[in-house]
Design a binder for this molecule. Structure first.
Ligand SMILES: NC(=O)c1ccc[n+]([C@@H]2O[C@H](COP(=O)([O-])OP(=O)(O)OC[C@H]3O[C@@H](n4cnc5c(N)ncnc54)[C@H](OP(=O)(O)O)[C@@H]3O)[C@@H](O)[C@H]2O)c1
Length: 335
């Protein structure tokens, strides 16, 4: 058994990690922490009452190093790199769910803040599993992709070779409210969200440069990414619709089926996808269709799982030499 821990255990993605780790056959949950600690996990998450009991400490690098061979950092950006740089020096493998190790230095500093761990930024691996599987097997630092970039990139990357990359890419994305984390704000207030749907940060959201950077990394294509996220009155789930311009006559579903033939957590659908069928799972469901040279790509994920915690767990599986599907949820919360 490999001993693992979660820093940020009181948050939404932290809870998802705990839920998967307690039944994982090859990881032993050995450490949980938050900013202040001094509690137990079932007090932070009453849904775990009478299921598990586990102490939660105040996050501390030497304590992580004492208890864990690998740790998940389910923390806000900036807080993550504060821990990661010292943990890596202590020889602990790190899977970071924040934006701290996802981007090139210039992109990160333009859209987030000054980077405090340039040394490790260069050696991190972007944990979009289907594209970086081999690199993840040998790294000590995996950077979890953003939730919107996960759904968008898994949908559009197979098509980039067939696109007119000089034409703009339009990404219309919709997310359940848990994507914003547990902290309440005016835009995530029940009264604002209930019976409502609205765009936020249109064309300015920080996930647009992440999508553009990864398209360029994987295919060498610089694209003008126009990204508009919306909040929907759901707890979890993300639906992405991408609109692009084809330069070749292709069969979109055939392209997807061939591209993902060996990827068991990508499901190619024959009709438009929905969030409920992926809720509670690691699946990304994808559908695509065309009208002349107009391409429509439609993908759905659970933002807390494929968009964060289950993708992080798959990365950890690979980093520790386990089968990527070990302990990964596949049965959706339906109905
Ligand atoms: N939510 C999603 O769908 C999603 C998807 C992809 C990626 N992510 C990323 O994953 C990370 C976690 O997201 P989340 O939604 O789980 O956020 P969250 O619900 O707000 O939880 C954040 C956690 O971080 C802890 N924390 C904050 N600063 C800390 C510090 N200095 N030391 C120790 N613990 C600290 C908080 O603990 P306290 O309770 O002690 O304050 C809390 O448990 C974020 O970077 C987010 O961008 C989230």
């Amino acid at each position: 058994m490999v001993k693992v821990g979660v820093v940020g255990a009181s948050g939404y993605t932290g809870l998802e990690l705990v839920k998967m780790l307690v039944t994982h056959p090859q990881f032993e949950l050995s450490y949980l922490a938050t900013t202040t600690g001094d509690t137990v996990i079932e007090q932070l998450h009453p849904s775990l009452e009478d299921v598990i009991t586990f102490p939660v400490e105040k996050a501390d690098v030497s304590s992580v190093a004492k208890h864990c061979e690998l740790v998940f950092l389910a923390l806000p950006h900036k807080a993550s790199m504060g821990f990661a740089k010292d943990l890596l020096k202590e020889g602990v493998k790190v899977v970071d769910l924040s934006a701290d190790y996802r981007l090139e230095l210039d992109t990160y500093e333009e859209h987030y803040c000054e980077h405090e761990d340039r040394e490790h930024l260069d050696s991190s691996v972007y944990a979009l599993i289907e594209y970086y599987r081999d690199e993840l097997k040998t790294t000590n630092l995996a950077a979890g992709p953003g939730c919107y970039p996960t759904a968008t990139l898994l949908g559009i990357l197979p098509f980039i070779p067939y696109l007119d990359t000089s034409a703009p890419l339009f990404v219309d994305a919709k997310s359940g409210v848990s994507g914003a984390g547990k902290k309440l704000s005016e835009s995530t207030h029940f009264v604002t969200v209930n019976d409502n749907i609205f765009a936020y940060n249109p064309l300015k959201h920080r996930h647009a440069p992440e999508i553009a950077e990864k398209i360029e990394k994987v295919h060498g294509a610089k694209m003008n990414v126009n990204f508009v996220p919306h909040l929907i009155p759901a707890t979890r789930g993300e639906l992405v619709s991408v609109y692009a311009t084809l330069k070749e006559d292709i069969d979109p579903l055939e392209v997807l089926k061939k591209h993902y033939a060996n990827d068991r957590f990508i499901r190619i659908r024959e009709k438009p996808v929905d969030i409920k069928s992926t809720a509670g799972t690691h699946f990304c469901d994808i559908y695509a269709a065309k009208n002349g040279n107009g391409l429509f790509v439609n993908s759905a994920i659970d933002n807390l799982l494929r968009g964060a915690s289950s993708q992080a767990l798959v990365a950890a599986n690979l980093m520790c030499g386990f089968d990527e599907g070990t302990g990964i949820p596949t049965i959706a919360y339906v109905p």
